[in-house]
Design a protein around this ligand. Structure first.
Ligand code: FAD
Length: 665
């Protein structure tokens, strides 16, 4: 059984009391302590900037040419915080409650409560940095709603919230770089972590431009390396997002937690063909105003698929707004797992609306009319024609969602102001990740994980706009306390040498793996294997899973892995710029991680959140949890073979929330 190190006491006091009692490091001692942060997305940049500001010496690493290009920049819709600016009943408790319920009761109460508590500080911090959040007419910060909640608590900057937040964190980071407190290593990939006498003391990094390996030592290491959705090949993640850093840590003793909990986002542009390597998200914010539907009659759906009818040919009475029908209380704003499954159910039943039958409509016609009428009232315009109302409505929708609509138009070659968008669920986020305790420390002392790389706060399903909140909570407000408590025991340790046998061995192992890949003389490119892996994962461990399929997937992944090592071809040289070699290393890790994901999904004989086991569902087709047997975090320990990993459980104790069948009806 794992110890989460959750502090004692009433839930709402835990974090405050914890902060009051931790060991501190005085300013002079901080100057002699080194911390490595791998990853400079929102979680890593905020952690690096904060720890450097506090006085630690920070080395930060990312594989892009600038921290500004981390995947975080892609985040569109917004960031949650329990500010209750709308006076609609929000509170820290309600954000806590929504997150636990949204995660289908598979997350740790104390962590989630802390997240809700610090959420309000994040907005203040970002505003102070100059992040241009959207504002209302009177100048106050504006909010919108995201799925799974009945309040408006999402702060946003048009459809570019991640970008603006990252620019804020990046400016804080740049300030520390210019002061010399952070040394920034761009275009460097962490290849392994180094453990000395049971503590994480550094990393082996590869300079991706020169191909050289480097040893970097520190008193503690933070992995803020993002999520692993690209194990599915097609996902909304940035092309470079990968599991390698977390997987290397797993192989060195960190546990991988709930790896099968994957989020499939309901509003993405559907797959268009075999040659595609990337999927595009249409932000969840669009579900604030858009209505999702399919034709109620199969013959209409078929006619649309064949191009004989258009969406506008289907009368109101012949449309099935299936989310509004099935979930009247939350309607189009049900959580992502629920919305995704409902779309799949309609498409599987033959109501899909694109050529492949895997798409539903996201329609803005009624929002355009509603906004048009409101705006006409505001402007005091009388007896407007329908065309004028529509034009006004389009203007308003453009102001709110313009960049998302432009993006859709460019990719789908269809005008969403005129015709409903076609959307379908796609892999988007991984709730699983490195197991961390309350301090965000993995099972390896001195090795921390933050942001999407850890498993922490979202249980089996993350609510929209909560990833940015968690990444920034970890970096700005949690790690600066928890890591200090650990480092307070290191003030007399002195510099960590990168020349110890542990560093040399780790470096030699990295080198020999690269040698093996480059000298393999196979015949197939890396993508050939990645694409096949993605297909297996999507078919057997995607939106729904069953025992037979998962067993099949495990066998298929094992033989694909064997084939990869026999037949992969990696061109180019080893000691030079070689992105294909970098990709090969990442795909090799995906081929191992995928097996663990399937094993985890197989062992969890219940349905919860994004993990839908077909054998366990209610009569209405909803996820059926088994709290008596599965109210735990699955933390997997590496034993030499991904398929032989050992399951260690962290029991989830709910003292403040009653476990219920989730209902959004
Ligand atoms: C299209 C899209 C839209 C989204 N919109 C929202 C939204 O509106 N609201 C919300 O809350 N969430 C949203 N999310 C989720 C959210 O963007 C991510 O979960 C979050 O940004 C992850 O931040 P991070 O700092 O943990 O990781 P990332 O931003 O992924 O950063 C990872 C960092 O790690 C580095 N790295 C990785 N591996 C290595 C290695 N081996 N060596 C060195 N460096 C490494 C990378 O270079 C990078 O700097 C969205 C996600 C997508 C895909």
């Amino acid at each position: 059984m794992l110890d989460s190190k959750t502090p004692e006491g009433p839930l709402a006091d835990k974090w405050t009391k914890y902060k009051d009692h931790i060991q501190l490091v005085n300013p002079a001692n901080k100057r002699s302590i080194d911390v490595i942060i791998v990853g400079t997305g929102l979680a890593g940049s905020s952690a690096a900037a904060s720890l450097a500001e506090m006085g630690y010496n920070v080395k930060a690493f990312c594989f892009q040419d600038s921290p500004r290009r981390a995947h975080s920049i892609a985040a569109q819709g917004g960031i949650n915080a329990a500010k209750n600016y709308q006076n609609d009943g929000d509170s820290v408790h309600r954000l806590f409650y929504d997150t636990i319920k949204g995660g289908d009761y598979r997350s740790r109460e104390a962590n989630v409560h802390r997240l809700a508590e610090v959420s309000t500080n994040i907005i203040d911090q970002c505003v102070a940095q100059g992040v241009p959040f959207a504002r209302e007419y009177g100048g106050l910060l504006d909010n919108r709603s995201f799925g799974g909640v009945q309040v408006s608590r999402t702060f946003y900057a048009k459809g570019q919230t991640g970008q603006q937040l990252l620019l804020g964190a990046y400016s804080a980071l740049s300030r520390q770089i210019s002061k010399g407190k952070v040394t920034m290593y761009t275009r460097h990939e962490m290849m392994d972590v180094v453990v000395v006498d049971g503590k994480c003391r550094g990393i082996i990094a590869k300079n991706l431009v020169s191909g050289e390996l480097e040893r970097h030592s520190a008193h503690a290491v933070v992995l803020a390396t993002g999520g692993y959705g690209n194990v599915f090949y097609l996902s909304t993640n940035a092309m470079g997002s990968n599991v390698s850093a977390a997987w290397k840590a797993h192989k060195k003793g960190a546990h991988m937690a709930n790896p099968c909990f994957t989020q499939i986002h309901p509003t993405c542009i559907p797959v268009s063909g075999e040659h595609q390597s990337k999927l595009t998200l249409m932000s969840e914010s669009l579900r604030n105003d858009g209505r999702i539907w399919v034709p109620a009659k199969k013959e209409d759906a078929e006619a649309i698929r064949k191009g004989a009818k258009k969406a506008s040919d289907i009368s109101e009475a012949d449309r099935d707004y299936y989310l509004e029908r099935r979930y009247p209380a939350f309607g189009n704003l049900v959580p992502r797992d629920v919305a995704s499954r409902a779309a799949k159910e309609r498409c599987d039943a033959g109501f899909g609306v694109n050529e492949t039958g895997e798409a539903v409509f996201l329609d803005y016609a009624s929002a355009i009319e509603r906004y048009g009428n409101t705006e006409a009232n505001i402007r005091g315009l009388k007896s407007q024609s329908q065309a004028e109302i529509t034009a006004l409505g389009k203007e308003m929708v453009k102001a709110k969602y313009g960049n998302l609509f432009d993006m859709y138009k460019q990719i789908a070659a269809d005008d969403p102001y005129e015709m409903p968008m076609k959307i379908y669920p796609a892999v988007h986020y991984t709730m699983g990740g490195l197991w961390v305790d309350y301090n965000l420390m993995t099972a390896v002392p001195g090795l921390y994980a933050a942001g999407e790389a850890n498993f922490s706060d979202h249980g089996a399903n993350r609510l929209g706009a909560s990833a940015l909140m968690q990444g920034l909570a970890d970096g700005y407000f949690v790690l600066p306390y928890t890591i200090g408590d650990y480092l307070s025991k290191d003030i007399r340790t002195g510099k960590i040498s990168p020349d110890s046998p542990e560093f040399k061995t780790a470096e030699a192992e990295v080198q020999s793996r690269m040698d093996r890949l480059i000298n393999n003389n196979g015949t197939k490119p890396v993508d050939y294997f990645h694409r096949r892996l993605g297909r297996i994962m999507w078919d057997e461990c995607g939106m729904s899973r069953n025992e037979e399929g998962l067993k099949r997937a495990i066998q298929a992944i094992r033989s694909l892995r064997e084939e990869f090592w026999k037949d992969v071809r990696v061109p180019g040289a080893i000691n030079s710029f070689n992105p294909e070699l970098d990709k090969a290393g990442r795909v090799a890790d995906f081929l191992e991680q995928a097996e663990l994901m399937c094993l985890d999904a197989l062992e969890r004989r219940e349905s919860c959140g994004g993990h839908f086991r077909e054998e366990y569902q209610t009569a209405e087709g909803e996820a059926l949890r088994d709290d008596d047997h599965f109210a735990f975090v699955s933390a997997w320990e590496f034993t030499g073979d991904p398929g032989e990993a050992k399951l260690i459980k962290e029991d989830l104790v709910f003292e403040n929330i009653e476990l219920k069948q989730r209902s959004y009806k």
